[in-house]
Design a protein around this ligand. Structure first.
Ligand SMILES: [Zn+2]
Length: 298
């Protein structure tokens, strides 16, 4: 097996093929038009919903934009670990920057040091979650992905493209799913927006309050100190978010999803950058989008 972060989990040919498919499926509007009549630049494919009425906004093609979710899946993994009491959120795990497990090398951009679960979500530490995945089976992870409905379309006819693993995929190591790099699992933007909405509203029956607290505080810390800290630098919207980047050769694609304000969420969003890392592409595009939008009334 190769190193996910120094070589690609997808061949360049597969990546370009996927990119072409995504681009073909996604027809960007010349401008996103808001109810107020304000036209916004389509900086990147972007979707949001008003949590007060559940009404979706943004490109009509959220169901057709799909791809490897990358580190967004750490939220699913954290949920499984917490709900199944497989790992205490306060137990620190150490990141020294690289770690080999069963012959597979995992890597972070820098050594994060000792992290608890909230900090690991905020910094999107691959090594924390690669270690945590040792106590989380692929089957269990996928049960929680199903709890977040990543195996179901968001509505009749809304999705023409998303991938969810069959039973055959259970042979893959859980790390591949936890890090969102398993080819059989490629959610659509609409599904990811729905997952964000669940986290914002804490509305999956049976989950412990402590689980929602860790997910939300991890996403909030990502914006104040972690991988999404350029998203809302003035802290004007009090955003909570999670980023995801997937490598392919010398190229990357990325996501950012989140909600605001943290205290009483009224907007959930999901953005996609078809080229570039979350830091370089998805987060700056989302920041621009958030700054343009007429949130004064929120
Ligand atoms: Zn790390």
């Amino acid at each position: 097996m190769h190193d996910y972060f120094t070589s690609s989990s997808l061949s360049r040919r597969d990546f370009l093929k996927g990119l072409a498919l995504t681009a073909a499926a996604l027809v960007l509007p010349s401008a996103i038009r808001w109810p107020e009549g304000q036209a916004l630049e389509p900086v990147s494919p972007f979707w949001w919903c008003d949590l007060r009425d559940g009404k979706p906004h943004g490109s009509a093609h959220a169901g057709n934009c799909f791809g490897l979710p990358g580190s967004l899946m750490k939220l699913v993994a954290a949920t499984a670990l917490l709900e199944e009491r497989l790992l205490s959120p306060d137990s620190p795990l150490e990141c020294r920057g690289t770690l080999r497990i069963k012959g597979q090398l995992y890597r972070c951009q820098h050594a994060h040091g000792k992290l608890n679960m909230r900090q690991a979500l905020a910094g999107s530490c691959n090594i924390y979650f690669a270690q945590a995945a040792e106590v989380l089976s692929t089957r269990r992870f996928l049960q929680y992905a199903e709890a977040f409905q990543l195996n179901r379309p968001t509505g009749p006819g809304r999705e023409s493209a998303y991938l969810f693993p069959s039973r055959m995929a259970l042979a893959h190591p859980s790390q591949l799913y936890v890090l969102g790099l398993a080819k059989p699992m490629q959610p659509s933007a609409a599904q990811l927006l729905r997952m964000t909405r669940h986290i914002a509203l804490r509305d999956i029956h049976g989950f412990q309050p402590a689980t929602w607290r860790i997910l939300q505080s991890g996403m909030r810390t990502a914006v104040t100190q972690g991988t999404a800290r350029q998203l809302d630098p003035q802290n004007s919207l009090r955003v909570a978010a999670k980023t995801g980047t997937t490598p392919s050769g010398d190229l990357y694609q990325s996501w950012v999803m989140g909600f605001f304000p943290i205290e009483k969420p009224v907007v959930a969003f999901c953005g996609r950058a078809l080229s570039g890392t979350a830091k370089d592409a998805a987060v700056p595009a989302a920041r621009k989008w958030l700054q343009q939008a007429p949130w004064a009334s929120v």
